[in-house]
Design a protein around this ligand. Structure first.
Ligand SMILES: Cc1cc2nc3c(=O)[nH]c(=O)nc-3n(C[C@H](O)[C@H](O)[C@H](O)COP(=O)(O)OP(=O)(O)OC[C@H]3O[C@@H](n4cnc5c(N)ncnc54)[C@H](O)[C@@H]3O)c2cc1C
Length: 320
């Protein structure tokens, strides 16, 4: 390996997502050759150079206006070939989880999924990922000519851009409507404008113990707003109708990786831990001192959440 790193940059409303900047800076810090960006479907690429991209490969076509597996995999394969990169990085987003295993099969590349760390080992990029619900870590060392890693969002911090600009290379992938296997007819924006759970830096999550949707809305959501955090929920809270399914954290919900995770009245079942265990700081509030969540928390408060949450909210609001 050693022909540099290509970062697949996802866009939202024509602008790069935060994950694009995170991965470009991470790729630059690895020091294994030139870093370039891959953009599919167009958008404002002007900031990518300042975060480390020397070149931006753009694959565009009307058939790439919205995500569809067949068209995107074809475009990704063309972008990877044009760049000649030996390592490809992408955020472990829903579209990437769908497209990248297929891309890996198509181009004969090894794939390390959901890594949370990357390092340079003698010029090779090695990934590290949690397995068994976060109980163990494994190193993923790809031996094929091209190695692909999907990286959990928030695995490394984003610092101020260092400056610099990138040249744009348009890549013709021959993508047509015939490659579009699923047509997007409508996009429904979530009612709640908060940062997506998978990319959120702070999360305040509640469990079954909130007892009703009304209490989830009147106790947990205001605390989340005070913390400028995204709301999360255990499956028990979602199944009971207190929160939406898009807010579920865990094995059958979303895998999150914030700097700060508040777990209020959540017991810490293994399926919940599987979705949030890599959070940097975990604060648990539970009235049962023996609740499993305390084994994984950085800070634990043994108490009734209906008393603790308003106190926390008041103190956090004082900080402004
Ligand atoms: C295949 C499968 C997949 C699953 N996927 C997921 C998943 O993706 N995400 C997920 O979360 N779960 C998942 N589960 C469910 C999981 O096993 C647990 O049932 C669930 O996480 C429990 O949610 P909870 O912690 O809110 O509720 P409980 O386990 O009932 O815990 C409630 C906690 O609140 C505490 N409490 C009660 N009242 C108060 C109070 N007033 N103040 C403070 N603390 C209080 C209690 O001491 C207790 O610890 C899955 C299960 C299976 C079998």
């Amino acid at each position: 390996m050693g022909n540099g790193i290509l970062v697949y940059c996802e866009f939202d409303n024509g602008q790069p997502r935060k994950t694009a900047y995170e991965l470009l800076q991470k790729a630059t810090s690895l020091g294994v050759g030139p870093v370039s960006a891959l953009v599919i479907g167009g958008g404002d690429t002007s900031t990518l150079g300042a975060y480390g991209a020397g070149k931006v490969y753009v694959v565009d076509s009307p058939a790439l206006a919205s995500y569809s597996t067949g068209a995107y995999v074809k475009a990704l394969a063309a972008g990877v070939a044009a760049s000649g990169a030996s390592t490809v990085l992408a955020a472990a987003s829903s579209p990437a989880r769908d497209a990248f295993p297929r891309l890996a099969a198509r181009i004969g590349a090894g794939l390390g999924v959901e890594v949370t760390e990357l390092r340079n080992e003698g010029g090779n990029v090695v990934g590290r990922r949690p397995v068994y619900g976060g109980k163990a870590l494994v190193d993923v060392n790809v031996k094929s000519a091209v190695g692909i890693f999907t990286v959990r969002p928030n695995s490394s911090p984003v610092s101020a851009p260092a400056g610099g600009s990138a040249s744009v290379v348009n890549v013709e992938a021959g993508v047509t409507d015939a490659d579009v296997d699923v047509k997007v007819t409508e996009t429904v924006a979530p009612a709640n404008k908060a940062v997506d759970l998978t990319e959120a830096d702070r999360i305040v999550a509640g469990g079954r113990s909130l007892k009703s949707k009304e209490q989830f809305d009147s106790v947990l959501r205001p605390l989340a707003a005070a913390c400028k955090a995204t709301v999360g929920a255990s499956r028990a809270a979602v199944d009971a109708g207190f929160a939406g399914h898009s807010e579920q954290v865990g094995q059958t919900g979303k895998v999150v990786n914030p700097s700060l995770y508040f777990a209020l009245g959540i017991s810490g079942a293994i399926q919940h831990l599987a979705g949030m265990r890599t959070s940097r700081v975990i604060v648990a509030v539970n009235k049962d001192a023996e609740a499993p969540i305390f084994q994984y928390s950085t800070y634990g408060i043994v108490g009734d959440l209906f008393e603790v949450a308003p106190l926390l909210q008041k103190e956090i609001e004082k900080l402004g």
